[in-house]
Design a protein around this ligand. Sequence first.
Ligand SMILES: Cc1cc2nc3c(=O)[nH]c(=O)nc-3n(C[C@H](O)[C@H](O)[C@H](O)COP(=O)(O)OP(=O)(O)OC[C@H]3O[C@@H](n4cnc5c(N)ncnc54)[C@H](O)[C@@H]3O)c2cc1C
Length: 454
Amino acid sequence: MERDYDVTVIGSGIGGLCAGALLAKRGYRTLLVESLDRWGGRLSTVEKDGYKLPTGAILLHRDGPLENIYREVGADFEVVNLPKTLHCRIEGKDYQMKLNNPLTLLKVISDLEISGGKLARLGGSLAAEIGKKKIQQTLGKGTKNPFARGARLNFREWLMQYTDNEVLHKIFDAIIVAVLVCHSWELPASEFFSYMTALGALADAGIAPRGNVELIQGLVEAIKENGDAWLSSPVRQIMVRKGEAQGIVVEKEGRDVTVISKVVISDTGPKRTVDLAGSDNFSRKYLREIRMRLRAGPAMLVLAASDAPLLPENAHFMVISGARRLVCAGDIALLCPDLAPRGKHLSYYCGYPLNSLVPMEVEWEKTQCQRDLEEHFPDITKHGEILHMGVHDVDSDFPGARAWPGYDMPPETSIKNLYNIGEGVRATGWSGTNKAATTAREVADMVAKTLDRC
Ligand SMILES: Cc1cc2nc3c(=O)[nH]c(=O)nc-3n(C[C@H](O)[C@H](O)[C@H](O)COP(=O)(O)OP(=O)(O)OC[C@H]3O[C@@H](n4cnc5c(N)ncnc54)[C@H](O)[C@@H]3O)c2cc1C
């Protein structure tokens, strides 16, 4: 059996859905294929005992690249905003802080009273430095090429220039790990400042009140308006002839279907794309770049059900600094009661190993997370039940992040008309779902130009 489309998109992660919806909306016949029996990859929902469990992403930013794509394709971005209060647990002590703008976090750190106020002064001078010209200087050197000379400091080294206070280092590390999915000693400093600058332009963060899988349905519908979207259809091969992508071979209902298309877009991550197209078809330079550059970030996601709140009062979202592995937590049913059975709570806890370079020792990491949970949220043993402990390791199909910021790949491959999108692709300043959306828009624009020339 053979089918014909302008574009095929492999994978229905949020990157694939955004690219597919944009291209279908712009008039190109689009096919999106997904190997699983649900849409969304790491932005999806799995139902268990009446709870709607996220498969990865939980917090979504408003008014950023992702919501803009929803607007453009006419889909409803139903997200309930978190209150503008951030709960921070630092070395076991709790702080509630108002966060009018994400950048005020730096100011907030400066206001903390830790170590008898000593840290407050350190934090204050650091925030002032960051707030004035240091960001711009580092950005100027580092945004275009984080590997450029002079932009090579990692964030921990950058901070060391101002302070060796380990409490402060741990706070920054917890924030970096929670949002950029690698440690402060693994992240090029310039990437942190690019992220903070982009974040400063964003409005509130929120949660999809009926679950992620409901939120993404509008994008699936947008694709279907000018194409097709198939579930349970794993792509077996990207067809390449004379250095050019020609289409895909996909398994549908037990049969191989050949799909001819002018362009192939892969949301499976650059490494999987190479497997699907065959490494012999790529240039040695491209393969070397993937080998040398791409570094995934690991994560553990714990989801717990309970009769009573497990987090401190009104802690919709909290950052934890000074724990073994846990760096953030939140009670999502507090804000979005439809995610849990009536009267129940659904809380999440994110943990990270100390090293993002090599695969985890899974049982050891789980034990460390468990110890953190019992110490920081002791009611979990009385009122709680762990519904899910997800290991998103660096070598898994669904890592915490497909690439550390600055260690990601360009969207173009060395094969003509074959592009990568999603979180493994470079989009300076963005992380998570906004990063995937940014790469989707960039590739959709490039593909539209190519197709218009055909
Ligand atoms: C624990 C955790 C917490 C996170 N928290 C947040 C958060 O709070 N906020 C945020 O913005 N981001 C968060 N993220 C990151 C966010 O989930 C991702 O950035 C985003 O979902 C990336 O999507 P993607 O487009 O890269 O594709 P992915 O979600 O990786 O999806 C790829 C898709 O391709 C499919 N596929 C693979 N191979 C094939 C094949 N051969 N044929 C067909 N289909 C195939 C897969 O089944 C999958 O559906 C979190 C991630 C994790 C793991």
